[in-house]
Design a protein around this ligand. Structure first.
Ligand code: SF4
Length: 413
């Protein structure tokens, strides 16, 4: 068994800038919530954020809060509160953590960003492209805050994203506008909408560049870095600070590549991570892989915030296509080709599937995918049982042992 010793982390210098813009983002939300000067929309992570920004809303993402609850492990105290009012422990643990946080009036946003609590919504906007849970989640808050809750029902299991699908989603996005205009107290300015989409597209292009830097060997960043640095791509897409941030980060990573700086010294193995992170074990996983000289170079999760179809000239059509062609909405065959391509592009020699108990939507091991990839590409795979937030579903010992054995298997090959 490989000897375990602490491996120093190589801090990414741009992290300071990221913390600054995230702090500004939450400060602005807090101010708006207190004063009512700006309207606030709550939006699902792959919801129609560009439309909301164009209408002048500040946009808050409960899933980002869910990830924070997982990373701080506060989720473990909060999930039971949601279970107690009828939300099953088997459904999305972002949902149960977040509703638990609301019920118990306990949020890490207070300590981390000096907020006075969750920012109060004026409207709630979802897209079911990722799962049905988000709609139920937002409907809970509709009843609590007595504000409009509306959204888009996106087809799932899609193989080719044909114009039939896109047109149907375009109509739904357009259908949101009258209610959103009423909640915003302003009409939609198409020029502003186009410029927001342009900023979002720039963010996407830069975020893709960040992730693609890991195609280099040795990789200048890990999946664990990606989970932290994706914050602005999620909550600030469509804004200038996100663009500024990723310009800085790409420059730093290009410098690392140019100088041959590796995120993991002596990188020996390159692994792909499919599925959600285990937020409460991010540090442990990061350390274990570092110790094993294994770089988790790419993931389905971090790549899910690349929206290449956004089109400033056709903002409704571009958004409809971008938010319908996500990995999570696609057919099993599409997912298999996507993963095969990623394995090739990133020079991956092993794939880890995280079977996340409360998120079947992001657990791609359940319909024979690992077996098919092993057969087709000869790539070793490992499936880890766990969860994004609910650590009752996760065994530390078992996972550590399985990862060690998996890396030994990679070394033998
Ligand atoms: S995709 Fe999974 S983690 Fe995300 S909201 Fe839906 S059930 Fe929760």
């Amino acid at each position: 068994m490989p000897e375990e010793k602490k491996v120093p982390f190589k801090p990414i210098k741009s992290t300071k800038m990221m913390k600054g813009i995230m702090a500004d983002y939450f400060k602005e939300l807090n101010e708006a919530s207190k004063t009512g000067d700006r309207k606030i929309a709550w939006c699902t992570s792959v919801g129609p954020a560009e439309l909301l920004h164009a209408l002048g809303f500040l946009v808050y993402y409960p899933e980002n809060h869910g990830a924070l609850l997982g990373a701080t492990r506060m989720a473990m105290d909060l999930i039971p509160a949601a279970n107690a009012i009828g939300y099953s422990p088997d459904i999305c643990s972002y949902l149960t953590s977040d509703i638990g946080s609301y019920l118990k009036k306990s949020t890490p946003l207070e300590r981390a960003f000096n907020m006075d609590g969750l920012p109060k919504p004026d409207v709630l906007v979802y897209n079911t492209n990722q799962c049905r849970d988000v709609k139920d989640w937002f409907n809970f808050y509709r009843d609590e805050f007595d504000v409009p809750c509306l959204g888009i029902d996106t087809p799932r299991g899609v193989h080719d994203v044909s114009t039939v699908y896109v047109d149907a989603v375009v109509e739904q996005i357009k259908g949101l506008v009258p209610t959103l205009e009423k909640a915003a107290g302003q009409t939609l300015d198409m020029d502003k909408f186009k410029s927001v989409v342009a900023l979002s597209l720039k963010t996407t292009d830069l975020w893709k560049k960040v992730l693609r830097a890991a195609t280099h060997a040795p990789s200048p960043l890990t999946f664990f870095d990606g989970t932290i640095h994706m914050g602005p791509a999620v909550v600030l897409r469509g804004t200038q600070p996100a663009v500024d941030y990723y310009e800085t980060l790409t420059a730093e990573l290009e410098e690392r590549v140019g100088e041959g700086v590796a995120a993991i010294d002596g990188e020996e193995h390159r692994v792909y991570w499919d599925g959600m992170p285990v937020w409460g074990k991010l540090r442990e996983h990061s350390e274990q892989f570092s110790t094993l000289k294994t770089c988790v170079v790419a993931s389905t999760y971090c790549n899910s915030w690349i929206f290449e179809a956004l089109d400033p000239d056709k903002p409704f059509e571009g958004m409809a296509r971008a938010y319908t062609e996500l990995f999570i909405t696609r057919s099993e065959d599409f997912k298999e080709s996507y993963l095969s391509r990623m394995i090739g592009d990133y020079g991956v020699n092993g794939v880890i599937f995280h079977d996340s108990k409360t998120c079947p939507n992001n657990s791609n091991n359940r319909y024979g995918m690992p077996e098919r990839l092993r057969k087709k590409l000869g790539v070793p795979t490992l499936t880890i049982q766990g969860d994004l937030n609910d650590l009752r579903c996760y065994s530390e010992e078992q996972t550590r042992t399985n990862i060690e054995a998996f890396v030994e298997q990679l070394a033998e090959r």
